[in-house]
Design a protein around this ligand. Sequence first.
Ligand code: 9WN
Length: 454
Amino acid sequence: REVVYDPGPAPDSPHLRAARVLEGNWTGTSTVPSRGLYPHQWSWDSGFIAIGLRHLSPLRAQTELETLLAAQWGDGRIPHIVFNPSVPLDAYFPSPDFWRSSTAGRAAGAPRTVQTSGIVQPPVHALAAWLVHCADPGLSRARGFLAGVYPRLAAWHRYLLHRRDLGGGGLASVVHPWEQGMDNSPCWDAPLARVTPAPARSFRRADLAHGAPEDRPTDLDYGRYVRLATDYRDRGYADGGSAFAVEDPAFNALLIASEHSLARIARELGATGTARQARAERLTGVLIDRLWDPAEGMFFCRDIRNGRDIRNGQDTRSSQDARSGDLIPERSVSGLVPLLLPTLPRAVVAALVRTLAGPHFGAGTRLVPSYDLLGEAFDPHRYWRGPAWFNTSWLLERGLRVHGETERAGALREAMLDTADTSGFAEYVDPYTGAACGATGFSWTAALTLDLLE
Ligand code: 9WN
């Protein structure tokens, strides 16, 4: 028999550097996205972090997801932030005293013992849970990991597919730009223009202490974020009646990919998973019906409040009109992320691959930009208005592989590995030069690097 000698990672390798970032950001029960800028637990960050952490410690990866799910609300929502009570209130804005989850969120079933935000983030969790299980099925079974998380993940998807089907067509809507995760994407400019900003003096941003102002959202953006979140809180976090409601391709694609994973989890737990599998396939069709633009070769966001007149939270248009809305004509990387879906028709896959390589996303770049290179609002350094992010590139790399595009996937993988390490595991980078922007030592950049290295 051949004897395999595995010397482990070299003493100073990208693997070790990435592991060190995750080690430094671990709190004992979860991982912060970044020590300075984001000192609490974030929902979709934890999904990506668990996917990388499973290669270092399957136990820590399971714990990461379990900690997040322990903060789930009674109505099924997974909050976008779980606050660490030992971090000072002024370290991050908006802090727990803004969200007031345990009082304002009582009717929606917010937990009493832990403080959270009241909005959500993209549902990457079931996908992460399945991948974490696969890293060490023995440990997972011994701890009853999947049996523990399955009912919570099922309730989460139920919340999104029912309470958040604000457009009435079967997809989930986001009611705040922070929910979609790409905070200041140009996609939100038109729907946000209808929101009256909260006065700048009514809040104090903490992010500017850690990041260059020209790499962050503007004060005007923040005024609108604060207004939307305040109104949602003051409605007791009840869904419906939001001035901002958008069906987003990446958010819904992650929900569908996670529904595929829930089908696998159900099978592992002894059920058939057939109904979930069928639902994932049906939702892929709905995504195409509602958000695909064949002429542009990509998916777009649907603004379901377009033209809608909201007064006192009441919709004054007929329900027929209120449910239609318009596609938002801005090209975001979000519109490419559905490439992840395994049952996408071949023509859609081919068009997405062409768009990814074409002038709007591919020309001369090292990594995939978050927004249209030719778009009027493109800015290579400002947050989600152009810079390349590692989570979206990871999703696209996976999508390319799912559809047999191994060469393109390999090239993207190489570019990501190189840029992540040389940028000090930056939060985001200039898509042309790979120069670091935002925080360094950013957890999902390190975690997804580890995943690509395995
Ligand atoms: C608001 C934590 C989060 C990410 C988001 C990213 C940024 C927060 C902020 O940081 O958003 O949730 O304060 O800017 O946009 O995707 O989850 O890393």
